[in-house]
Design a protein around this ligand. Structure first.
Ligand code: UT7
Length: 319
């Protein structure tokens, strides 16, 4: 069994925060952020909720796929920043779009979208589902420390979704991996107020060893693309589009030069949206699909990487 993506959608917050605006309350500059990361601005939730964005992205994906919520057999939502600890973000979307299929959340940080695709593939293989809605919804602005200039300038908020349908072909290769590391990129946890809990309660803000994650990003993209090609029996040059996790322009350009890629084949949303964790990849796919850049039969290589340290990669033939 295999699958194809039959519809994509996305939704971003209204509020645009430029690098210049950040430099009004942080010791940073537009020049530093642009040259070190490639990010010019990001969208940040102010009046909307993450539910609003996840629902809007899902409705757009359903519309693009030409199906109704009642046609869905499963909803998987990749998020680390749900509006609700329970029920999950996927349940909140189901309630608002009128779906009655099973819905749950999946936490694999920036690689979450590919992990969710793999879950859908398993449901297709077991004959449990024909159509799955995959959502990636992230409100990174509630996880980051807005006083830490080394991390808060990197992230943004947003949601993207796609409808995936069981098919005879479409998936050429899929690979998930974890190199366990609880420090490189982490949000320690929820403190709570249990009177019985002893010891320190860590602050629930994102901490990152930037250079460690940077190196991991570059080597992971390169090795994942090579592995996908080997598995599918194709050359890197045969791939029409590369959709990589959007963490830093310097990570993308290092991978482009190491793999000898045609830069025009590499999708980008980083400059205007920053790093939206697992929503980056489906957002980039949605932009490519809506701009008409993805033609039927095109080969698309996807690589997500991040906290875990998790990697999810796959090679798809566009429907
Ligand atoms: O989803 C995956 C998540 N994250 C990533 O993939 C991030 C991967 N890492 C990176 O993108 C880069 O490591 C960063 C952008 C985070 C940092 O870039 P860098 O070139 O590795 O900078 P650095 O950490 O070596 O810092 C260089 C200098 C330091 O100052 P000193 O010690 O040299 O005086 C930092 O304090 O830049 C300073 N700095 C800043 N200056 C202005 C760090 N952040 C900022 C800032 N504005 N926002």
């Amino acid at each position: 069994m295999s699958f194809r993506i039959i519809g994509t959608g996305s939704a971003l917050p209204e509020r645009i925060v430029t690098n210049d605006e950040l430099s009004t309350f942080l010791d940073t500059s537009d020049e530093w952020i642009r040259t070190r990361t490639g990010i010019r601005e990001r969208r940040v939730i102010s009046t909307e909720s993450l539910d609003d964005l996840a629902v809007a992205a899902s409705q757009r994906a359903l519309e693009a796929a030409g199906i109704e919520a009642s046609d869905l057999d499963l909803i998987v939502c990749s998020t680390t920043t749900s509006d609700h600890i329970m029920p999950g973000q996927g349940c909140a979307v189901a309630a608002q779009i009128g779906a009655t299929c099973p819905a749950f959340d999946l936490s694999a940080a920036c690689a979450g979208f590919v992990f969710a695709l793999d879950v859908a593939d398993g449901w297709f293989a077991r004959g449990r589902a024909k159509r799955v809605l995959i959502i990636a919804a992230e409100e990174m602005s509630r996880l980051i420390d807005w006083e830490d200039r080394a991390t808060c300038v990197l992230f943004g908020d947003g949601a993207a979704a796609c409808v995936v349908e069981a098919a005879e072909d479409g998936l050429l290769a899929m690979d998930l991996a974890t190199s366990p590391d609880m420090r490189a990129l982490a949000v320690p946890g929820i403190g709570g107020n249990s009177p019985f809990k002893e010891g320190e309660r860590p602050a629930s803000v994102l901490a990152m060893e930037g250079q460690r994650v940077f190196k991991f990003g570059v080597t992971t993209i390169c090795s994942a693309v090579k592995r996908l090609c080997m598995e599918a029996g194709i050359e890197v040059a045969d791939i029409d589009h590369f959709v990589f996790h959007q963490a830093n322009e310097r990570i993308l350009s290092a991978a482009v030069s190491r793999l000898g890629l045609d830069d025009a084949k590499v999708g980008r949303t980083l400059e205007t949206c920053g790093n939206i964790s697992s929503a980056c990849i489906p957002l980039t796919l949605d932009n490519l699909a809506r701009s008409g850049a993805l033609a039927s039969g095109d080969l698309v290589a996807i690589v997500g990487f991040g906290a875990g340290l998790d990697t999810g990669s796959c090679l798809l033939r566009w429907a």
